[in-house]
Design a protein around this ligand. Structure first.
Ligand SMILES: C[S@@+](CC[C@H](N)C(=O)[O-])C[C@H]1O[C@@H](n2cnc3c(N)ncnc32)[C@H](O)[C@@H]1O
Length: 218
């Protein structure tokens, strides 16, 4: 990997992957985008004291970090499952500035990266992490989820992850009142979600993007 750390418009870092010519987050702000799409329109919309969350693409660990912070602030117990096919190397994740910007100790991000893969690991009273070093296409789980953070690279770069087969699998992994959120608002993606049974809602997007998507199972 020849990843490069870049600074986005809110001052937070992201990673640029030259092999696929894509950045892990919006250039308009990595933290601002993650807060808007996954925390404000995901985590905070569930209204439960205990949540099972599945993230597609652990990457920099930003979504997990923000979720663990919110879980602690709101005293919500989170069982966080995430998968990653290409783990970010240590020389990259140790440089990321997220914790400085959200008022946490550097260790809180390092811990998320350094806990073992394929094991359940209790990070603190409110946050348990289950990381799997696997490909979304082969991933399996016995857990039913309240929320899916669908944070794969864009459909232009990874069309194989935005198919009916994948979204049917996501639908089946959700509880009856569960939902999926993603930054992507492309018409073809929304039609694919509808085709597998989701009720698809367009929401205002984060800075720089007109819309994002929430897909409710019921
Ligand atoms: C848009 S990035 C977002 C990552 C992360 N959520 C973050 O905030 O940094 C997409 C992530 O999906 C991972 N990925 C790519 N293909 C994958 C696959 N087939 N299965 C699982 N993860 C994959 C990438 O390596 C990358 O870390």
């Amino acid at each position: 990997m020849n990843n490069k750390i870049v600074i986005t418009n809110d001052g937070s870092h992201s990673i640029f992957n030259p092999e696929i010519n894509e950045t892990y987050h919006s250039k308009h702000g990595a933290i601002v985008e993650a807060e808007h799409v996954f925390i404000k329109n995901g985590f905070s919309k569930a209204n439960k004291n205990e949540l099972n969350i599945l993230e597609i693409g652990f990457g920099t660990g930003l979504n997990a970090l923000l979720t663990s912070q919110k879980a602690m602030q709101k005293s919500i117990t989170v069982n966080y499952h995430t998968m990653e096919l290409y783990p970010v190397p240590k020389e990259n994740y140790t440089q990321l500035n997220f914790t400085d910007l959200i008022g946490l100790e550097k260790e809180s991000l390092l811990n998320l990266h350094e806990t073992p893969w394929e094991e359940e690991y209790k990070i603190n009273e409110f946050f348990t992490l289950n990381k799997s070093k696997s490909d979304l296409e082969n991933y399996t789980s016995n857990t039913k989820f309240d929320i899916i953070y669908f944070d794969a690279f864009s459909p232009e770069k990874q069309p194989e992850l935005w198919t009916e087969i994948i979204f049917k699998k996501m639908y089946n992994y959700l509880k009856e009142d569960g939902f999926l959120v993603t930054y992507c608002a492309k018409g073809v993606v929304k039609r694919t979600m509808k085709a597998v049974g989701f009720d698809v809602i367009a929401l205002d997007g984060p800075p720089g993007k007109r819309q994002m998507t929430r897909a409710n199972k019921n």
